[in-house]
Design a protein around this ligand. Structure first.
Ligand SMILES: C[S@@+](CC[C@H](N)C(=O)[O-])C[C@H]1O[C@@H](n2cnc3c(N)ncnc32)[C@H](O)[C@@H]1O
Length: 301
């Protein structure tokens, strides 16, 4: 729908009177639903709250409040970007909550996904002592989501977070600063284990790129707004998983563990690659939707 159509649709739906918060939510929810957006009401609320510079709860209190034209114009631009170019809400607002931490996000990073909280929860189970002085490596940290969630829960953990992308690391560092966690997390640029050669870790966690390039054409249009290097890993999506399986034993301390997020269809193959690399105690952990989401293994010793 073009900007002109959106503006005239708005006019006719309000019946000529001034637009209230509720009018805008109703109109936008219907518009998003017609455009095939999966969570139309939630997206409408998040964008309107952002345009009005308030939280979502406030919208409910202000249902009958008229919305000024300047704020409506701001909202209209957001609605157009969401329904037209299919920009994800988090990239329009520049923020996303993960593990209850408010994170900044940009087009340089993957928007952290709810299923990645399964990886964090599983990692914390491996560190039951809150004051454990464990060394943790987060490979491909993106916005810093996993590293910062662990840092927030385990105050004495020494955390290293790496990424191939300098731009992603800048976002992650900004998030660490904003959360007061920057002294607790070391950020290093480079591919996989190269920046930490010669070091040893008690726990290695990663949500690596694992989408198959051959599936690219059928993916939701929202993914076009996230970095390809954060999503794709070779024709069948397993290039980075295989590299992690082959090399992780070199950086794990004896008894140390690795936890990797993946597509549920990759869980059996990843378990086999880790076993072939000499790791033991293979296990698969399910996300809240019941899908095989994280594979874990341990180095003997
Ligand atoms: C799926 S995203 C995960 C980001 C973040 N950890 C999260 O869970 O939201 C994968 C990240 O790995 C990075 N990456 C891709 N290939 C890499 C490599 N060979 N070495 C290090 N990082 C890599 C990407 O830049 C991206 O930030």
């Amino acid at each position: 729908m073009s900007g002109m159509q959106l503006a005239s649709g708005e006019r006719s739906a309000s019946g000529g009177r001034s637009w209230t918060v509720l009018d805008l939510l109703r109109w936008t929810t219907q518009h998003f639903a017609e455009r095939g957006i999966e969570t139309p009401r939630l997206d409408a609320e998040c964008l309107l709250a952002f345009a009005l510079d308030c939280d979502r709860l406030r919208l409910y209190v202000d249902y009958e409040k008229p919305v000024e034209e300047t704020e409506r114009a701001r909202f209209r631009e957001l609605v157009r970007a969401r329904s037209g170019a299919r920009v994800p809400v988090a990239l329009l607002t520049g923020r996303r909550e993960f593990w209850s931490l408010p994170l900044r996000v940009s087009r340089d990073v993957l928007v952290p996904r709810p299923e990645t909280e399964t990886l964090v929860a599983t990692a914390l189970e491996r560190m039951p002592d809150r004051d454990a002085e464990v060394a943790v490596l987060d490979l491909g940290t993106g916005s810093g989501a996993i590293a910062l969630a662990i840092a927030s829960e385990r105050p004495k953990a020494r955390i290293t977070a790496t990424d191939l992308s300098a731009a992603a690391l800048a976002v992650a560092r900004g998030n660490a600063d904003a959360l007061g966690l920057s002294v607790r997390v070391r950020f290093l640029e480079g591919s996989l284990f190269e920046p930490v050669a010669g070091e040893r870790f008690d726990l290695v966690v990663s949500n690596p790129p694992y989408v198959a390039e051959r599936d690219a054409a059928g993916l939701p249009p929202e993914l076009r707004h996230e970095p390809a290097a954060a999503l794709f890993a070779g024709p069948d999506g397993t290039d980075v998983l295989r590299a992690i399986a082959a090399q992780v034993g070199e950086v794990l301390a004896p008894g140390g563990a690795v936890l990797v997020e993946l597509d549920p269809r990759q869980a059996d193959a990843m378990s086999a690659w880790l076993r072939e690399a000499g790791l033991v105690a293979l296990d698969v952990h399910r996300d809240v939707a019941g899908r095989q989401r994280v594979v874990s293994a341990r180095k003997d010793g």
